[in-house]
Design a protein around this ligand. Sequence first.
Ligand SMILES: Nc1nc2c(ncn2[C@@H]2O[C@H](COP(=O)(O)OP(=O)(O)OP(=O)(O)O)[C@@H](O)[C@H]2O)c(=O)[nH]1
Ligand SMILES: [Mg+2]
Ligand SMILES: [Zn+2]
Length: 287
Amino acid sequence: MKALVTYRSANASKVTTLDDFKLYPSILRKKIKKHKLYAGDFVEGEVVSDQFVIEKIEPRKNLLTRPPVANVDNVLIVVAIKSPDFDNYLLDNFLAVYEYKGLEPVIVFNKIDLLKDRSELEKWMKIYKEAGYEVNAVSALEEEGIETIKNYIKGQISILAGPSGVGKSSILSRLLGVEIKVGEVSEKLKRGRHTTTSVTLYRFDGDSFIADTPGFSKVDATYFMDKRDVRLYFREFNRYRCKYPDCTHTNEPGCEVKEAVKRGEIACERFKSYLKIMGYYWEELPC
Ligand SMILES: Nc1nc2c(ncn2[C@@H]2O[C@H](COP(=O)(O)OP(=O)(O)OP(=O)(O)O)[C@@H](O)[C@H]2O)c(=O)[nH]1
Ligand SMILES: [Mg+2]
Ligand SMILES: [Zn+2]
């Protein structure tokens, strides 16, 4: 029988069977006891006295950390347009990190109910759409735009990621139609660095599953990848061919990316984030 690990803590796990979506506490069969098991693992096994005995763990296509979730198809990066103030540098770092991990991030601007004037929101939405991302604007509070997000969650396993306090757990509650205790994940993490947290994958819309993640207040792309590679994960830069194929778009001659910034084809705000990550100052930066 095939199942998905939908709950994982330091010393317990649960699976949801994939043909009839029943939830069972699970254990690893003795001969694979030493194997690591994560939320998001696809497994095979059998039900023995109301317990799912896992016999085989399928190879993982990926494994995200903090919290650990395997086989993630899709990531929704949630940001607030207000309260906390929108921080585009933080979003650009999140985007680079998930691109680096081979995922296709979708951006969700939350808390649009707090806006009197939408010009700022529209400006940012345009910037990210032109960079090549799917962008949604929602209000978890007023339940606006939540149904639409579902269309962008492609694949079976998704996670909600993003800065702290932006409304990830609130959006999850709306997606599921049941209240998930807000702040649940974060509280557990705050207990200390070494506390292993639990991860739950919630089922919605048939065979889709989604996990909440604790918010980060800081994400540094260069912690995950080589500084010279960051350029590859600002996707709109890849539309241009510079004189040197390994151009870092900082001090090289014949840089087409910089020319595109000057012409307004690449958003200055995005390039500004990039240069900040690279620790480079460009006096001609138009913003
Ligand atoms: N005005 C408004 N407030 C919201 C909205 N969504 C969430 N909030 C509020 O924002 C605060 C943070 O919401 P959470 O859902 O806990 O945010 P989170 O991203 O899960 O936060 P962490 O788990 O700490 O990373 C709560 O007080 C929510 O009530 C929204 O659409 N509009
Ligand atoms: Mg939360
Ligand atoms: Zn260049």
